[in-house]
Design a protein around this ligand. Structure first.
Ligand code: BGC
Length: 758
């Protein structure tokens, strides 16, 4: 198809109303409709996002029916821990090539919903509790896939943070929390990688289904962020189809959509839907279709073996060394026993629509044996069942542990506990696994635990074991990657993209998670993940950003290109990273920002930059991160805009949110003025806090003191107390205490208004 010949507007003008309405709904589970009369072909999409779930035969959206053999890359829970945008970009390129080879025009992903609660069943598909990290990883993935002229569908827009009543529940959230926590992953991805499509979520937001929500799909997505592609529904998420077209929802999936197509036609005919909106939706869809067709690559081969190697390399970047007393890396000359069925049959992906029919999976045990390592194996507990411990297996495991120099237990969550479609009931690992780990650790102090899970688990034995390696669900390369990391062929470099609380009850969403089938109150507001634990100074098991290595690093020489910033300037932050240990390794440098102005209601610090760098022993490298005014800002609802008050901010650098080793201060000057209400309810404190109105109020207070009914300050109400009490006093009360006349107040309000309105 010749690009130049594809005049989309003209094509749409030649379509009948019925053909246009038809194009706005799928033909079947995975295809759009063709319009043969005009040569418009159908096109195919498929789940991912960490590999292809292309179904040739019967389609379904829950991963029930088989799909073609494909390569299962690490899931988002794992890739986020890599903090490695190059790695996920390359993974995207490989998946883009696979799509070209399989004639898939769109891969459905990435999924970027925030991990609000550790219990969300789909957390394994999501990146992080932090929106900046999730956005950067998503943008890099999308740029990778789309560099191959294959589209992506960033999902689920928005606020789909639980599976409980996911198709109908209303997420009740403040606009500030949406803009600061739940939207930025989508926003960053749209601005930095322009995904070809966005998939709207099933749920409602403050009472309106995402599929009907014009504010969400048009105002926020297109007007505020500049999205240029098309929006499709999640599978079956359409509500009122005609309202959807008005709102900016282009494609309904899956098909057959004939009932709703007819509604669109009827609405245009009876005048309740403007045909121009139907045309607009068709143009948006066809733009993506023809971009794919015009750039279709012929002869691309899906090389599963080569991509398996890429999946192994990706998984290596994801492993997070949570604890290590020095037992790791393992000494291969020691007598080692592997316990836990995951050693032989790893859990490496989650259940549901992202489930890949993997081309090959190598276990850690197979990998060890292939390398001739001195490893014995005892099952101990089954990987895929949550049932009481078999006493005979326990005895075998304990006996083998006593006899070994080192024990490696492969533990985690069975498929049945963690899947799309439902949430976890608690944060526990199966009791049998905890029991076995404790029994083994009691007889062998060199017990190492490898974890396979998509979201935090409680680890009551964490202090009793020698090391813990979190491998998450790291795809079909998990066994080889785990082997390379355990024996130090590769050095762990992942850092946690989420906090591991000590207990699920500590999580900020705990009181408002899965409590009401109709509504979910996001009462913790912007205090999600480390933003909450930091503010409450709560101990956690492992903090956001934590991750150890087989070497040590020293961060030093933090330099700023300037210590002053304005609305339009940026600051470059550079930091030296020295490898002070004996082996090559990668460090994840993290930059957090905190507001020092006492601004009402802000997290202590928030991630605003990161860089991963490989450094050889003795070597020093410099990393750079750039911040701008947005990095300092919060979403001020009264302005409908991002705002940072003029003043001081601290830039904090470390290798974990709980290990900040460098700190610098900057001053910021803004031209934005936070509007002040100018009526008699404004308080003295608010007026004093605003430099523009402070002098006027100082004058007023001086005069008022002379007329004060409270008399001179005395022991009961001293000067300081008086000022503190006056802080919350509205002008109308100052007047009713006789400290000013009504006329004075009117004059004052107009003086204030002149100051704050410019
Ligand atoms: C899931 C989506 C998925 C779609 C198609 C839905 O149930 O929520 O993430 O892409 O099915 O399988």
């Amino acid at each position: 198809m010749d690009k130049m010949a594809t005049d989309i507007k003209k094509l749409v003008s030649e379509m009948t109303l019925e053909e246009k309405a038809g194009l706005l709904g799928g033909a079947d589970f995975w295809h759009t409709k063709a319009v043969e009369r005009l040569g418009i072909p159908k096109f195919m999409m498929s789940d991912g996002p960490h590999g292809l779930r292309k179904q040739d035969e019967e389609g379904d959206h829950l991963g029930i029916n088989d799909s073609i053999k494909a390569v299962c890359f690490p899931a988002a829970c794992a890739t986020a821990s890599s903090f490695d945008t190059d790695m996920i970009g390359k993974m995207g390129e490989a998946i883009g090539d696979e799509c070209q080879a399989e004639n898939l025009s769109i891969v459905l992903g990435p999924a970027v919903n925030i991990k609000r609660s550790p219990l969300c069943g789909r957390n394994f598909e999501y990146f992080s509790e932090d929106p900046y990290l999730a956005g950067k990883m998503a943008a890099a993935y999308i740029n990778g896939v789309q560099s191959r002229h294959v589209g992506t569908s960033i999902k689920h827009f928005a606020l789909n943070n639980q599976e409980y009543f996911r198709m109908s529940n209303s997420s009740e959230v403040s606009e500030r929390a949406m803009r600061e926590i739940y939207f930025p992953a989508f926003e960053i991805a749209v601005k930095e990688s322009q995904p070809k499509t966005v998939m709207c979520s099933y749920n409602k937001i403050n009472g309106t289904y995402s599929a009907d929500n014009e504010w969400l799909l048009t105002k926020v997505l297109r007007d505020d962020w500049g999205f240029e592609g098309f929006v499709m529904t999640d599978w079956g998420a359409v509500n009122d189809r005609v309202q959807g077209v008005r709102a900016g929802l282009e494609l309904e999936m899956p098909g057959d959509s004939s009932v709703n197509d007819a509604k669109i036609v009827a609405a245009v005919k009876d005048g309740s839907l403007d045909e121009k909106l139907v045309d607009r939706a068709c143009e948006r869809i066809l733009k993506v279709v023809y971009d794919y067709l015009d750039n279709k690559k012929e002869g691309v081969v899906f090389d599963r073996d080569a991509d398996h190697e890429k999946a192994v390399a990706a998984a290596v970047e994801c492993g997070v060394l949570l604890e290590n007393n020095g037992i790791l890396p393992l000494d291969p000359s020691k007598k080692i026993v592997y316990i836990g069925e995951y050693a032989e049959s790893p859990r490496y992906q989650g259940g549901g629509s992202s489930h890949i029919n993997s081309s090959k999976v190598t276990s850690a045990l197979e990998s060890a044996r292939a390398k001739g390592r001195n490893v014995e194996y005892v099952m101990g507990f089954p990987g895929q069942k949550d049932e009481p411990l078999d006493k005979a297996e326990l005895e075998k495991a304990v006996a083998a542990a006593k006899d070994a120099d080192v024990v490696v237990i492969f533990a985690g969550l069975p498929d049945v506990i963690e899947s799309e479609g439902y949430d976890r009931a608690n944060m526990n690992m199966p009791a049998a696994q905890n029991e076995l780990i404790e029994a083994v650790a009691a007889v062998n102090e060199n017990t190492v635990v490898v974890l396979h899970n998509g979201s935090p688990v409680e680890t009551p034995w964490a202090e009793d074991v020698a090391a813990i390696l979190e491998m998450y669900l790291s795809g079909q390369g998990v066994g080889e990657a785990t082997d390379q990391l355990l024996y130090g062929e590769k050095n762990p470099s992942g850092h946690l993209a989420e906090t591991f609380p000590l207990r699920v009850q500590d999580n900020p969403s705990y009181l408002n998670f899965n409590t009401d089938p109709e509504k979910c109150r996001y009462a913790e507001d912007v205090y999600v993940g480390y933003r909450y634990y930091d503010k409450k100074m709560m101990p956690v098991r492992w903090a956001f950003g934590h991750g150890l290595s087989y070497t040590t690093f020293e961060l030093s020489d933090m330099k700023l290109s300037s210590d002053k910033m304005t609305d339009s300037s940026t600051i470059k932050v550079s930091v030296d990273v020295k490898n002070t240990g004996d082996v090559v390794g990668k460090e994840v440098v993290q930059l957090y920002i905190g507001d020092l102005n006492g601004t009402f209601d802000r997290p202590v610090k928030e991630l605003k930059g990161f860089a991963k760098v490989e450094v050889a022993p003795g070597e020093t490298k410099t990393v750079e991160m750039v911040i701008d005014a947005r990095s300092l800002s919060y979403f001020e609802e009264s302005m409908g805009d991002w705002f940072a008050p003029s003043g001081k901010y601290e830039l904090l650098v470390g290798n974990s949110s709980d290990n900040i080793t460098l700190r610098e201060e900057i001053s910021f000057e803004t031209n934005k003025v936070k509007p002040m209400r100018c009526d008699s309810s404004i308080t003295i404190g608010e007026l004093l806090a605003n430099p523009a109105t402070k002098p006027i109020v100082d004058e007023l207070l001086k005069k008022a003191a002379e007329n004060s009914p409270f008399g001179e300050s005395n022991e009961a109400v001293g000067d300081e107390m008086m000022q503190a009490m006056m802080r919350f006093m509205p002008l109308k009360s100052v007047m009713s205490f006789g400290m000013m006349t009504e006329k004075d107040m009117e004059q004052l309000l107009s003086a204030i208004s002149a100051k704050v309105q410019g």
